[in-house]
Every structure is written in C-alpha cells, then in structure tokens.
Design a binder for this molecule. Sequence first.
Ligand code: 6MZ
Length: 347
Amino acid sequence: MSVAGPAKAALDNLNPEQLSFIQSLPKAELHAHLNGSIPISILQELAREYQSGSSTGVSNEVVNAGIEKLLLGPSLDEISDFFALFPAIYALTSTPISLAGAARAVLSTFLDGEHPQCTYLELRSTPRKTDSMSREDYMRTILDEAERYPKDQVGVIVSLDRRMRNDVLQECLDVARKLKEEGRRVVGVDLCGDPMAGNMEDFAKYFAEAKAAGLGITLHIAETVHNTPEETMKLLSFGPDRLGHATFLNDEAKEFVVKNKICIEICLSSNLLCKTVTTLEFHHVRHYLKYNHPIAICTDDILPFRTSLDAEYALLLAPAPFGLGLSEGEVREAAEMSLRSSFRSRI
Ligand code: 6MZ
C-alpha cells in the first residue's frame, strides 16, 4: 500500500533509528474500517473479474472510475466526497469469496510481514446484505478470516451505519449478540457513516442492548462542525467506551469525556485529508495529550487516506511542521494507551 501525503512527509522526516523505534513499538489499531483498508491491488483484481449488470446494480464504468480515483489518490474537498468512494468498493466485495479475500488481505496488511503494523487489530465492518449473503453471513465471512489469527491479535467490531433503518439496526445488533454468544470474535459495536445522517435518538435502544450483551461501544462523534452539541451529548449518554474522531467537542462534552476517561480514537491523516482539521498545529489531539487523556492512534481507512499505522505514529514523532514533534517517551505512552483501550478482554 503506498503511503502519500502528510503520512509520507512525516515518515520521510524521521531518521532510521526513529523509524525502527516506531516499527518495534507494540501498539493496537482500534479504528480501521474493512472496506476502507483493502489493498488497491486486490480491488484491481476483483474489478477485472467484475461483470457489469451483476446483482449489485453497479456498472463496470462506476467500478472502474472508482478504482481510477483510488489509484490517483482521491482529492476530497469535503467529507461527503469520501463517502462517494464506497459504492465502487462495495460492488467488489459483495460475494462471500470476494469479501473473504478482501478481509484476508486487510488482516495481512496489518498483522503479517517483517514489521507488522500492530500487535493487536480491532477490525470493524458494517454488516451488508447482498444477493449472495445475509448480514449474518457477511459477519461470519469476516470472522472466519479474523479467527485464523490468535485470540490476542484480532477482534471484530460490528458497525451500525447512521443511515440504517430501525429494523436493520435491530437485525445487525441481533447478529452481533448471537455471534458473541456463540463465542465468535465480536468484541464491540460502532456507530459510523455519513456524520449528518440519522436521528441519534433512534440509536439509544440498540447501543443499550449492545452494552447489556457485554459488547464494547465506540461511536463516531462530532466528526464535522455541523454535528450539534445536542447530538453529541445524546451520543455521550449512550455510555461509550471509546469515541471516533471527536473533532468538534464543545467544553461541556470535553469535560464529560475527560472526567469519564473515554478513549479517543485519533485518525490524523483522515482528519487532514477530509479537511475537518486544517493543520496538525490545530489538531484536537494536542488537547488530550496535554491532559494525558487516553487516546488511540489509528488509521481509519488506509486505502483512500494512503497511510499506515506506522505513518500515523510518525505524525506524532516527526518534527513540526511534518509532525507533532513528540518525544519517543510520549509516543511510547500513546502506544501503550491504545493497547489499554482495546476491547481484547471481551473476547
Ligand atoms: C464515518 C466512516 C469513516 O464498514 O463497509 N466509514 N464513517 N467517518 C469516517 N471517517 C472518514 N470511514 C469509514 O467500511 C466502510 C464504511 O465505514 C464507514 C462508512 O460508513 C463506510 O461506508 P465497512 O467495512
């Protein structure tokens, strides 16, 4: 996977000792979306076999244009441009065989090789119903791949999309619960998707059920400036264990988060490229570092954001303006926080 943009600039501004320090640092990747983390070579392979007019209703033209965009490195004017990348990807991962291949490649990218990106991976995905898979089949396909790795290396999170209807939310939650009861590797439930979609009042019931079932709760929250303080406080009332992005928390929300020691999953390249944060200088991670508040440095979607977990850590260590210029001790502490914030004990 080629690293580019801010992630590459940070890596390029480390000396060899700093790079090997990052590579050897035990760390957890807690915020990675499966369909945003597939190597482009795998998508290209799947695109070659893709037949337009197939049951996905997505044409070859749309698929090829999507691949082209991803190859170039998509230019995102705003976060909504990011969500437009997924119809092409979804068309290519809509059968058990293609999804299993994609999952295998993502797991391998994070966990295999001479310098694995992380010691522990929590991979998340949204149960998707297709012509050849139910939502339960979809999750089982991913779990079959995840469970090839030892228990202490991989957990799986079921994502609930903000665009889902109530009956679909219930179905996804029932699937997550059932799989957990069977002893499968489901560790938590996430809220994701277009930050402006959905009414969060509707979601309380499902997250309460997930909590009661012993699943960890992580919520994408206040990802854009348009998310209201009321919505943010509503989501905090679900009792989340971790928060994704949390870019636009007001003082009241920040105080709640700090008081309750809720870990923030920080995705630096993602925020810069989606333009929800202008520069590292103004990134909200600085606030949490100042208070030694739990954070987990994560990648979000390595394919469109052209990053890697090592590169996200490079963004902490590299000198300004390429990185935050933290000391190795501070970077080590951040990595330890990610390991402490995982849902691993729920497996
Ligand atoms: C919100 C995001 C996201 O679930 O099909 N997703 N949701 N904010 C983000 N940050 C920019 N990045 C990814 O993976 C892709 C799905 O994850 C969510 C979107 O709903 C996207 O469709 P899965 O494996």
